[in-house]
Structures are given as structure tokens and as C-alpha cells.
Design a protein around this ligand. Structure first.
Ligand SMILES: [Zn+2]
Length: 200
């Protein structure tokens, strides 16, 4: 395969096969233990070897709402926010749907940390409050929309790099070939990365 980069071939293909198998399951069986290749891929994402909130080691809990990994203490705190603000699951003990796994593959601790950084929400004092801000709502809404788009547009999961390149190409082509605003065509993922919003 051409341009067989680190993420695109060795790690993504087995994870994509697991996701494809999960999509073929009947609805009543559509939640499974976190598949091993998907798990490895999630753990390989930037920042995912440490808790997104306290930087503690071996995060084994997740907030599906943000696609992040958390330690047990921070996972417990997220649970107290309520599922509307943060849906917490165990990587090892809970059952996961296709879209929830995709949220973990398309989210990542580093990505959320950079988002909070742009909104000046990385202070320890903000750690609890930031998940109840408009910025956090904005992030989780756009991540969910992005996951839905990836799920409907790709029969086989192509990996983060391929998805981001395709989005980039689409935006370049729409902004150069049409007078309509590129922003209106901007994907949810680009919105997460680029657009500034009110912080709280
Ligand atoms: Zn923690």
C-alpha cells in the first residue's frame, strides 16, 4: 500500500476490521468488550497513557463524551457530573458500541487538552468547572457529530490521519471552487480544532 505510514497500516487495519465486524452484529448484540486492536490504537493516541485530568498513570476509565481516558479517581468525578456532561465507561469492564469506540479513536487526551488550552482552561482550578462550560458542550457536540459523519461516510474506518487529510482536502477544494463560505462547510473536527468560542 502506498504511503504506508505508522498509523495508517499496521495499527488501523486490525482496528478497522474489528469495527466492521461490530457493525455487522444484530442490534441486540451491538455492544461488546473493547476490541483489542481498537484498544491498542486508542492507547497509542497522544496523551492517552496518562489521565486527561490529573496526568496520573494507567488511565483505565473513559469519558465517551470527550473520547478521553481517565484514572479511577477522575473517572469517579466525571460520573458525578452526570451523563449529560460526561458519560463514563470502563475500558475493561463495560460493553461498548461501534460509535462509542469510534469516539475514543477520534478523540484523545492531547486533542482535548489542546482545546482547553486554547480556551485558557488548563489551570487546576478549572479542572472540574471546565466540563460544565459552553466550550465543553461545544466540544462533545462536535465530536459526536464527527463520529456520526465518519460512521456514515466510511464503510471501513480509514484512521485519524486519513480522515483529517480528507477533511482538509474537501475544505481546500470547496473554498477554492465556490463562492459559498468555507466555514459553513467546515467539518465538526475542524470546528473543534480551529474555531474559537466563548469559554463559559
Ligand atoms: Zn486522574
Amino acid at each position: 500500500m502506498r504511503n504506508c505510514r505508522q498509523e495508517s497500516c499496521q495499527a488501523v487495519s486490525p482496528a478497522a476490521a474489528e469495527l466492521a465486524a461490530l457493525r455487522r452484529l444484530p442490534a441486540h448484540q451491538a455492544e461488546v468488550h473493547f476490541p483489542p486492536a481498537c484498544r491498542s490504537l486508542v492507547l497509542s493516541l497522544a496523551g492517552n497513557m496518562r489521565c486527561a485530568d490529573c496526568d496520573g498513570p494507567r488511565p483505565e476509565w473513559a469519558s465517551v463524551s470527550y473520547g478521553i481516558l481517565l484514572c479511577v479517581q477522575c473517572g469517579g468525578r466525571h460520573r458525578s457530573y452526570g451523563v449529560q456532561s460526561s458519560r463514563v465507561k470502563s475500558i475493561d469492564m463495560d460493553a461498548w458500541s461501534h460509535d462509542q469506540i469510534l469516539a475514543m479513536l477520534e478523540g484523545g487526551n492531547d486533542q482535548l487538552c489542546r482545546f482547553f488550552d486554547r480556551h485558557q482552561m488548563t489551570d487546576t482550578a478549572m479542572t472540574c468547572r471546565r466540563y460544565k462550560t459552553k466550550a465543553a458542550l461545544f466540544y462533545r457536540t462536535n465530536l459526536q457529530k464527527h463520529v456520526r459523519d465518519v460512521g456514515t461516510q466510511s464503510k471501513v474506518y480509514p484512521g485519524r490521519e486519513a480522515i483529517r487529510k480528507a477533511i482538509s482536502r474537501r475544505t481546500e477544494s470547496s473554498s477554492s471552487s465556490s463562492s459559498s463560505s468555507a466555514l459553513t462547510r467546515q467539518s465538526s473536527m475542524q470546528t473543534i480544532h480551529q474555531q474559537g468560542i466563548a469559554a463559559n
